[in-house]
Write a protein that binds this ligand. Structure first.
Ligand code: TYC
Length: 101
């Protein structure tokens, strides 16, 4: 009997690529009311009241603030929905969506 072992020594590795993540960044403007920004951050991005307040104030003071990170389609959908909600009220609120390094 041959003792040649023909079995592969390792299991085939099925590598699931981790989906790339994208930052949703809130941009400051001079017109959108602070309370409205907080409401959008809570409603669309599920931030709690204190997180929403901190993100809004950071954008207000520094010009922009990262809201959260998501897979690309989720990031784009959330940003689009938030902008649409603002436009409905006549506010120029804007977000950018950018890849994480
Ligand atoms: N700067 C706005 C104001 O003074 C409030 C605001 C904060 C708007 C953050 C957008 O991303 C923003 N009414």
């Amino acid at each position: 009997m041959s003792d040649t072992n023909l079995k592969p020594r390792t299991k085939p590795r099925i590598k699931a690529e981790r989906p790339k993540l994208y930052r949703v960044v809130l941009l400051n403007d001079d017109f959108t009311p602070r309370e409205f920004v907080v409401m959008v951050l809570k409603g669309e991005f599920r931030l709690d009241s204190s997180q929403a307040e901190i993100v809004m104030l950071t954008a207000h003071q520094k010009g922009a603030c990262v809201v959260s990170v998501y897979p690309k389609d989720v990031a784009e959908t959330k940003a689009d929905r938030a902008v649409a909600a603002a436009q409905k009220h006549g506010y120029p609120l804007q977000f950018t969506v950018e890849p994480e390094e």
